[in-house]
Design a protein around this ligand. Structure first.
Ligand code: FES
Ligand code: FES
Length: 162
């Protein structure tokens, strides 16, 4: 620590981290640059596109809008934390892969994190609810239909697990 940094302790994808950060830095930069978790993407960097969405204590949040020091004591999940250690994809990842939901995939991490929170809170959403709940995530490539198809595939896959 120096005069310009503050100690920060947080858990990311099940691993505890204690690092020193400048208070001006946002969480997305710290995840990407200090922890090398570059799956959290930065698009607009002002809260519009949703590419930087991560789960903080279970709730989706835009990592570009949050100072890293605000995450003190939090449990964070990023896209890197979804698959099992043996590489088995999370059901939402598998569903979106199966439905070919994405093209360039820049938006993918944010959509996945938002979808996981959506299906946790509403395991059987209607198409309209899916579109409404994911309206905070932008995609420049797909026209969104394939993403909605992926979420509906996830509902089927996860329903068969219940
Ligand atoms: S990069 Fe955070 S919302 Fe766009
Ligand atoms: S697949 Fe390219 S931005 Fe969504």
């Amino acid at each position: 620590m120096n005069d310009l940094t503050i100690p920060l302790t947080m858990q990311v994808n099940g691993t505890d981290h204690s690092i020193d950060v400048e208070p001006r830095r946002h969480l997305a930069d710290v995840l990407r640059e200090d922890l090398a978790l570059t799956g959290t993407h930065l698009g607009c960097e002002h809260g519009v596109c949703g590419a930087c969405t991560v789960l903080i204590d279970g709730e989706p949040a835009r990592a570009c809008l949050m100072l890293a020091v605000q995450a003190e004591g939090s449990e964070i999940v990023t896209i890197e934390g979804l698959a099992d250690a043996d590489g088995t994809m999370h059901p939402v990842q598998a569903a979106m892969h199966q439905a070919m939901s994405f093209q360039c995939a820049f938006c993918t991490p944010g959509f996945l994190m938002s979808t996981i929170a959506l299906l946790r809170d509403n395991p059987s959403p209607t198409t309209e609810e899916i579109r409404e709940e994911l309206s905070g995530n932008l995609c420049r490539c797909t026209g969104y239909q394939s993403i909605v198809d992926g979420v509906e595939t996830a509902v089927e896959l996860m329903g068969s697990d219940r």
